[in-house]
Ligand binder design. Sequence first.
Ligand SMILES: Cc1cc2nc3c(=O)[nH]c(=O)nc-3n(C[C@H](O)[C@H](O)[C@H](O)COP(=O)(O)OP(=O)(O)OC[C@H]3O[C@@H](n4cnc5c(N)ncnc54)[C@H](O)[C@@H]3O)c2cc1C
Length: 451
Amino acid sequence: MNDCDTLVAGAGAAGMAAALAAARPGRTVVLAEARETFRQGSNTAMSTSMIPAAGSRWQRAAGVEDSPGRFLADIRAKTHDRVDPVVAAALTSVAPELVDWLADDCGVPLELVTDFRYPGHSALRCHSVPDRSGAALHRALLDAAADRDDLHLIVPATLVDVRTDEGGAVRGAVLERPDGSREELSCPAVVLATNGFAADPDLVRRHLPEIAHGVYHGGEASRGDALRLAERLGLDTGYLDAYQGHGSLAVPDAILLTWATVMHGGFLVDSTGRRFGDETVGYSEYAVPVLSRPDGRAWVVYDERVHDACRAFKDYRDVLAAGAVRWADDVDALAAVLGAPTDALAATLADADAAASGTASDAFGRSAWGAPLRPPYAAVRVTGALFHTQGGLRVDRHARVLRAGQPVPGLYAAGGAAVGISGHGADGYLAGNGLLAALGLGYLAGRHATA
Ligand SMILES: Cc1cc2nc3c(=O)[nH]c(=O)nc-3n(C[C@H](O)[C@H](O)[C@H](O)COP(=O)(O)OP(=O)(O)OC[C@H]3O[C@@H](n4cnc5c(N)ncnc54)[C@H](O)[C@@H]3O)c2cc1C
């Protein structure tokens, strides 16, 4: 007799989805979480809770034409067709069913984000909770878990090993408590939902050297536990150079300044008062350009209209509360705030105005502007950051971990522990694909494990 039917390691979005999908009457699920701080400190809790799904009922209600095939095409375009085709197809296909399940079975209060589109998405397809906060999404999942009789959350308990039988199939897992004591649980299925390796500086230097000098802004427990297990068990890994960066982490407060500031019409300048690229290519690939500015800093400049549009984000309200938004009545005052030469800044504002008004083309090729900015101007000082890694264990369409191309019976990976759908580097990341890989692979893993 097994101690449980499914053991899930890690209680972020991936682990919660796996545990909830695996839990059903008569099937015992153990969800082991390493950190007491996971309600605030997991990546999921820190996120903006954007979940892309193409062909959802929310899109239909809003009259948005979209389909999994169109979403897949966007992913292929953003990744320059260097994405894991099996995982990308599985996640884009399951996404509409996933958001239905999150709302109907797990009670997550989802809505479609209709006020702006993130870079690379050709349709409005990000779903989120009302205050666009990962903590609220995570809380809803925890509440759903509390309602399931056969789902047992154990905190703190760290997965340190997976046991397999002579044929290579999973037969158990080893958990370690903070006092060093260990417990072995017998079970035929283990889901690795321990996120990636972005909190391990050595692994980051090895696999992601271009962002190793950036600020890390993600969960402290993302230390590559699944990757170390993969090395020990000889599991397949891939896309280890893939990551989500971000070009606007407010400094010194270390709070995410939403890229909605840019998509509504804002832009970035450095201390010379000049822009340095087309910001609408994406926030992930903007981390390194920001880091290469003087002092590794830049300013996001926008106006009151943009400010009002961003208030829907809990993160943005936190940026405001921290006093990080500086206001300036005119170009002179803005130059003083930025410590930039007035002439250069005035020329930048004039050029941006002309591009946003459609009277001239942008020198960097930016075509999406919202509307021209009008004084008073707002400015937030930002730096480039690493948010999470997007490479990991290779999986099949059921989230089963592969070894030499074949599924390991009973072993699954989801979220940051598994390969993502962002191709290589930073520029393949589309907004929401972190949580889609977490919730989607978790859902697929949990369902398959329990079937
Ligand atoms: C500021 C910010 C904003 C973001 N916004 C978005 C967004 O809007 N949309 C989006 O798609 N993505 C977003 N992301 C990325 C997204 O947060 C992650 O891709 C996603 O949350 C990963 O989920 P996960 O479950 O794999 O990891 P996590 O949420 O980090 O959960 C992993 C859990 O595993 C635990 N753990 C680690 N090792 C072990 C072990 N050995 N044993 C047991 N437990 C262990 C950890 O403590 C943690 O609780 C954002 C990230 C950041 C930092």
